[in-house]
Design a protein around this ligand. Structure first.
Ligand code: PLP
Ligand code: NAG
Length: 554
């Protein structure tokens, strides 16, 4: 105590001598000025985005103001917008667009004719296994069953459990069957959603509100591998959460757990791991992430949207895999897509929690609405009962045996293709494919050239960036006889062609992906992406004729 008093006395003498020359007004001005300056510095240094990112953005923003550069960028953007529009119109095969309601309703026959035409557009033979992921199964028996099921349930809505109790029962059963598949305990629970993105966003919302309301965290932050799905970034943007991207090990492409631990702060509201991640198909070390969750008392979400309905059957199929589900203490939620390897029609997924306390923060409740006390479990109010019935029907149609057999076939085919690819010296496989995704790269040539070549042979693969690669997501379509061998054969032949001039640049439609990776100003790539999204909604020929075929006519 006495020590402190002495310090204060000394400080007082020091400051008084320092300001001997100034009058009281000056001193007050200097004090206020200093405080404001310190706050200013603090707000510059400590912001959502790092100082480095902001300086970089500022530099690009200034660069875009240079007239010559801004004209060039403008030209490239208009050209890209045109190219996107033109290729979409080409995909629509010159069919006229409906832009207004038909005056009189169409006959069923005419409607079906037009639907058939629309469904036949596109030239990829997805039904013969030429496409990565996308369509996971094409079983005509199941489709005709589901058509009947959807038709019978198309008017139902689980928003009204008193009116459609059976639809709610089916949703509850889907959730329970899935929770049991993932070794959920007696407290495990969850909801169906309209897809993986909604499942993930709901988990993020639950953990944000859990952090704010139960743990007194003001600015919740999520920590996730940079390979995790953009649905988490979407949630962060929608729900105003901070998101920290943790790098992955360049060799294994699994998250660097040490870096993850360093990113944890007192504001961390959730940790994420993927089983597997979409880009490289590798599985994050869930046991280690869950251990961090336990150590720092932070909930852990396992994104098994893609792989959930494969890994869940690996025990039964006698295939080894690291533990990833509720059997791992610390895992508090899982998202798994029934509409991927669950083979249900698009529009369904589940989000599951180890305990009710998290689920309760997913719910939205508004007790004071004049329309009545309102509560809803997910994003939507009204929901499609037909989709729930169709998902339930699919689970019943396959049964445990059906799913185990499908998983066996898919995982066997993945292994076969992986081994085949590993024999080719000019390419490499990223890490250890955990389920059904095989990502490949090359040190000898630009891997997009392989993709471009394969595309000419009818194959549609997914391009990856940072690091650059392409991937094949193996589905039931690829397990048909001869498909895997045809793929390996085509890859081998294309590599031979590419290796004749390994240093050539990427051309064709992959060129834009290659170029996008090398543009340092990511906001330009963002704008390109917006133009692409615009082109999906095109219903007329582009008006701006000044950029025909990318050539300015001016
Ligand atoms: C597909 C996928 C999602 C998102 O699911 P959608 O159904 O497309 O919304 C999330 N995570 C991973 C790993 C995925 O592959
Ligand atoms: C429900 O919400 C999702 C978005 O999360 C949307 O895609 C879906 O079409 C919505 N509607 C119904 C009726 O489920």
């Amino acid at each position: 105590m006495e020590k402190i008093q002495e310090y204060i006395r000394n400080a007082r003498v020091f400051i008084n001598t320092l300001f001997e020359e100034n009058d009281a007004f000056e001193i007050a001005l200097i004090s206020v000025g200093t405080v404001l300056l310190l706050f200013g510095i603090k707000s510059i240094l400590f912001q959502e985005e790092s100082l480095k990112t902001r300086l970089k953005n500022l530099a690009f923003c200034l660069a875009r103001k240079i007239p010559a550069l801004s004209m060039k960028i403008d030209f490239e953007k208009k050209k890209a917008a045109r190219d996107f529009q033109e290729s979409m119109i080409r995909l629509h095969e010159g069919r006229p667009y409906m832009t207004h309601l038909p005056k009189k309703g169409w006959s069923s026959k005419k409607i079906m004719q037009e639907i058939e035409i629309n469904l036949k557009m596109g030239h990829y033979k997805w039904d013969e296994g030429f496409v990565s992921g996308c369509v996971y199964n094409f079983d005509k028996n199941l489709i005709s069953l589901l058509t009947e099921v959807y038709g019978a349930a198309s008017y139902t809505n689980p928003l009204h459990p008193d009116i459609f109790p059976g639809v709610c029962k089916m949703e509850a059963e889907v959730v329970r069957m899935c929770a049991n598949l993932f070794h959920g305990g007696s407290e495990s629970c969850g909801t169906m959603t309209s897809g993986g993105t909604e499942s993930i966003m709901m988990a993020c919302k639950a953990y944000r509100d859990y952090a704010v309301e139960e743990r007194g965290i003001k600015r919740p932050e999520m920590v996730m591998p940079n390979t995790a799905h953009p649905a988490f970034d979407k949630a962060a943007a929608y729900f105003k959460m901070k998101i920290i991207h943790v790098p992955v090990d360049p060799e294994t492409t699994r998250v660097d757990v040490k870096a993850m631990e360093k990113s944890i702060t007192k504001n961390t509201c959730m940790l994420v791991g993927s089983v597997p991640n979409f880009p490289y198909g590798t599985i994050d070390p869930i046991e280690e992430i869950a251990a961090l969750g336990r150590k720092y008392k932070v909930p852990v979400h396992v994104d098994s949207c893609l792989g959930g309905f494969l890994t869940a059957f690996m025990d039964e199929a006698k295939l080894p895999h690291p533990p990833f589900d509720f059997a791992v203490p610390g895992v508090t939620s899982i998202s798994a897509d029934t509409h991927k390897y669950g083979f249900a029609p698009k529009g369904s997924s589940v989000v599951l929690y180890s305990e009710k306390k998290y689920l309760h923060h997913q719910y939205s409740v508004f007790p004071d609405w004049p329309g009545g006390v309102y509560g809803s479990p997910t994003v939507n109010g009204s929901r499609a009962g037909g989709i729930i019935a169709a998902c339930w029907a699919t689970l019943m149609y396959f049964g445990l045996e059906g799913y185990v057999n499908a998983a066996k076939k898919i995982l066997k085919t993945t292994k076969y293709i992986t081994e085949g690819l590993r024999k080719m010296d000019e390419i490499f496989v990223f890490g250890e494919p955990g389920t059904s995704v095989i990502a490949i790269g090359s040190d000898d040539f630009h891997i997009y050239r392989l993709s471009e070549g394969l595309s000419k042979r009818g194959w549609n693969l997914n391009p990856l960036q940072f690091p650059c690669g392409i991937h094949l997501c193996v589905t039931l379509m690829h397990t048909a006889k001869g498909v895997a061998d045809k793929f390996l054969q085509d890859v081998r032949e294309e590599i031979a062609i590419v290796m004749k001039s390994p240093k050539d640049e990427v051309c064709g439609k992959m060129a834009i992906y290659g170029m996008a990776q090398s543009i340092p100003d990511r906001s330009v790539v963002g704008d390109f992406t917006r133009f692409f999204l615009d082109s999906m909604y095109i219903t007329k020929e582009p008006e701006d004729k000044s950029y025909v075929n990318g050539q300015s006519k001016k």
